[in-house]
Design a binder for this molecule. Structure first.
Ligand SMILES: [Zn+2]
Length: 230
């Protein structure tokens, strides 16, 4: 570590360093499954589901805060709605990143991918409002995708409203739920979702991942130093 970096680390980081960090974080935020470090089971299951054209209509992602649930939810959304560079592609395990849907989802501005944070919108009215559009076809994408974060925060009435839709989801609708507290979810809801437990990745994988990030940034990183960070 050079002197400048250690100084700014002590002072809590300058704004220049903060924005440099933002750029890096954005650059290395995973955009497709192959970049999702350590979530092999999920990647395998979704790969097979897409290949066999048997993708679930509802997913639930669970894991501790910061494990990458929202990032993963958006990658699933991209996979389902990607049309490829030529606009002709179907669901894919490797979303292209350049079609209109891939780009819009990355920026959280896709009209067919609706995100709601259930931590701040817990009531039955919130869910009804969100699900109001379920019966309409997507505006331009293949699927209308509902991403509900912190879904365990919903009220019982809200869960019941949601359950009605989960029991008979229209074919053009997909749900992706995320939660840190899977035990707080009603079994009736859980049983209708494909569940993925996202795990913190092991130190060895982290070392390899940091190493590849450092390498593509043209930074030489000592193996021992990477282990310390991991
Ligand atoms: Zn795409």
């Amino acid at each position: 570590m050079n002197k400048k970096t250690s100084d700014s680390a002590q002072s809590g980081g300058t704004s220049a360093n903060d924005s440099a960090y933002q750029v890096l974080a954005r650059k290395y935020r995973p955009q497709k499954f192959s970049e999702l470090v350590g979530q092999d089971a999920l990647v395998r299951t979704i790969t097979n589901a897409i290949r066999e054209d048997r993708v679930a209509h509802s997913f639930i992602l669970t894991g501790v805060r910061g494990v990458g649930k929202t990032t993963t939810a958006r990658i699933i959304a991209r996979s389902l709605n990607c049309v490829g560079a030529d606009g002709q592609g179907g669901p894919t395990i490797s979303p292209c990143g350049i079609c209109e849907h891939c780009k819009a989802i990355a920026d959280s501005r896709d009209v067919d991918v609706l995100e709601m944070d259930a931590a701040s919108r817990t009531g039955v009215d919130n869910i009804r409002e969100l699900l109001d559009g379920v019966r309409y076809l997507p505006a331009s994408a293949r699927f209308k995708i509902y991403i509900i974060d912190e879904v365990h925060m919903l009220s019982i009435a809200a869960f019941n409203a949601l359950l009605k839709t989960l029991e008979e989801p229209p074919p053009h609708v997909k749900f992706i739920f995320a939660t840190t507290e899977i035990r707080k979810l009603p079994v009736t809801v859980l049983s209708r979702c494909q569940r993925f437990d996202l795990r913190r990745i092991g130190a060895e994988q982290l070392v390899a991942h940091f190493g590849s990030v450092a390498e593509s940034e043209g930074v030489k990183a000592e193996a021992e130093a990477l282990k310390l960070i991991a």
